[in-house]
Design a protein around this ligand. Structure first.
Ligand SMILES: [Fe+2]
Ligand SMILES: [Fe+2]
Length: 467
């Protein structure tokens, strides 16, 4: 594992529990649940894919370094996925891109001239949702005619972005290239480079098989998953990997701890067991880097929020410093602010980018995101307090916020700081329904909520920092 990871110190430990420090494995396996949200996948998809892929790799005798690269690539294979969400939403005329992403994984999109009924049904339910029959039919036909170009654009965006993030995290070239080649096909019909056979990195070929195994098994059962694998062997998938999957399927070992109803802790333990030989304990700077990378993933989802997490973080840290928080508490504010909207990866762009008012159901979906933020972050042992703070960023001191209507006595200073920074960030940024507001207007609007909803000291500190 020479190139992995980051600046981490490598020590041999049996597992990652009961320590103050956090391992690379623990943090990435937890944050992979955020990536499942963006793809509309069954929760735990990345983790199950990781178990399945590592099981296949176990039959290939990979070197430790290659196994480690594969492991992190499996967990992060969808890390570039938020970057094409807004464009996909646009292509389908403002429909729910998460539904399309989830549905398209069950379709054979290499045959646009022979679409299956299920493909047409998926498009009918998602394309131009507010249009009439004629306009929607025309929209679907247009999508069919431009499918190859759209596929290439969507996949290239996602794969390049994913590879870039893995490199930024210091996970090495092999892991980055594995993610980049996720959608290449054995027969050369994939993207982004239309590579053929063994010119596709082995790790990418494993990622592709593992991903499909989980998607189909989770939606249609393991027999259906194996059937698809057989049908696409030599076309999408490396035939040797299909043979290995067949063998493990027959002897009953392939799916152990990797089914959608397997308790999460069991799947996570299985992934840890199949993972790298050494546990990579992270330095504080490495944890910050991972938080920043996931803030980028969140911000990339919508053109309207492309700087939101970073902007809120700058404001929140400025407030923390102005209030004299010590280094440890300021670091907590920094990380919680970076990750506060990670649950928003669950919100489709049809809502995030909607130019008009949200209806009741859309508003309900939006209001779920702080709870999802808390759920995802609380999977990381060291992030218990951080999860609570980040998950409370839409709470108000008078109990009128969401999701838990917490009141002042339940809202620590760090949560109040992020709540103030979040409102400030949202008002200064462009939104689909209005441009970003000038500081004077922002101050005037926020003042109406002081002190009953937003903390007065935090607001004062913010104003002194930005004036
Ligand atoms: Fe939020
Ligand atoms: Fe936010």
């Amino acid at each position: 594992m020479a190139s992995l990871p980051l600046t981490a110190e490598r020590i041999d430990l049996p597992n990652s529990s009961s320590r103050q420090r956090v391992s690379l494995n623990e943090i990435l396996s937890a944050l992979s649940f955020a990536l499942d949200l963006t793809e509309g996948a069954v929760p735990g998809h990345a983790l199950r894919s990781c178990v399945l892929g590592m099981r296949l790799a176990g039959e290939l005798g990979l070197r430790p370094r290659q196994r480690a690269a594969l492991y992190y690539a499996l967990l992060l294979k969808d890390v570039g996925c938020s970057s094409n969400a807004a464009r996909l939403c646009q292509i389908i005329g403002g429909g729910d891109e998460r539904r399309v992403k989830a549905g398209v994984k069950l379709e054979d999109w290499t045959k646009p001239n022979r679409p299956k009924l299920s493909t047409i049904q998926l498009l009918w339910k998602t394309v131009l949702p507010s249009a009439g029959v004629v306009e929607r039919t025309a929209g679907i036909l247009k999508i069919g005619l431009t499918q190859h170009r759209n596929n290439e654009e969507m996949i290239t965006l996602r794969c390049d972005r994913g590879a870039h993030i893995l490199r930024k995290l210091g996970l090495g070239n092999d892991a980055a290239e594995a993610v980049r080649g996720l959608d290449e096909h054995w027969d050369g019909s994939g993207y982004p480079e239309r590579r053929i056979g063994n010119t596709i990195p082995l790790e990418s070929r494993i990622l592709a098989v593992a991903q499909h195994l989980d998607v189909f098994a989770s939606e249609q059962g393991t027999d259906a998953a194996m059937k698809v694998l057989r049908e696409r062997s030599g076309r999408w998938f490396d035939p040797e990997l299909v043979r290995i999957a067949e063998r493990l399927h027959r002897d009953g070992s392939l799916w152990q701890a990797a089914l959608r109803d397997t308790p999460e802790g069991v799947t996570r333990s299985a992934a840890f067991e199949l993972g790298p030989d050494t546990i990579d304990m992270l330095e504080e700077a490495d944890i910050d880097l991972i938080c920043e990378a996931f803030a980028d993933v969140v911000d990339a989802k919508s053109t309207f929020t492309y700087r939101h997490s970073l902007g809120v973080t700058t404001a929140a840290v400025s407030i923390a410093l102005a209030l004299g928080l010590n280094e440890e508490r300021t670091q907590l504010v920094n990380r919680a602010a970076l990750l506060h909207d990670i649950g928003k990866l669950r919100v489709p762009n049809s809502i995030l980018d909607k130019p008009g008012k949200l209806d009741a159901e859309e508003w309900r979906v939006v209001q779920e995101h702080p709870r999802l933020t808390r759920e995802i972050l609380s999977r990381i042992g060291q992030f218990g307090e951080l999860a609570e703070i980040a998950g409370a960023h839409h709470e108000k001191l008078d109990g009128t916020g969401y999701p838990d209507k917490l009141t002042a006595d339940r809202l620590p200073l760090e949560a109040r700081i992020i709540a103030v920074a979040d409102v400030y960030g949202a008002l200064t940024e462009n939104r689909p329904y209005r441009p970003g507001l000038a500081l004077e207007q922002v101050v005037e609007i926020m003042s109406r909520d002081i002190p009953h909803k937003l903390d007065a000291d935090c607001f004062e500190a913010l104003i002194s920092a930005v004036s």
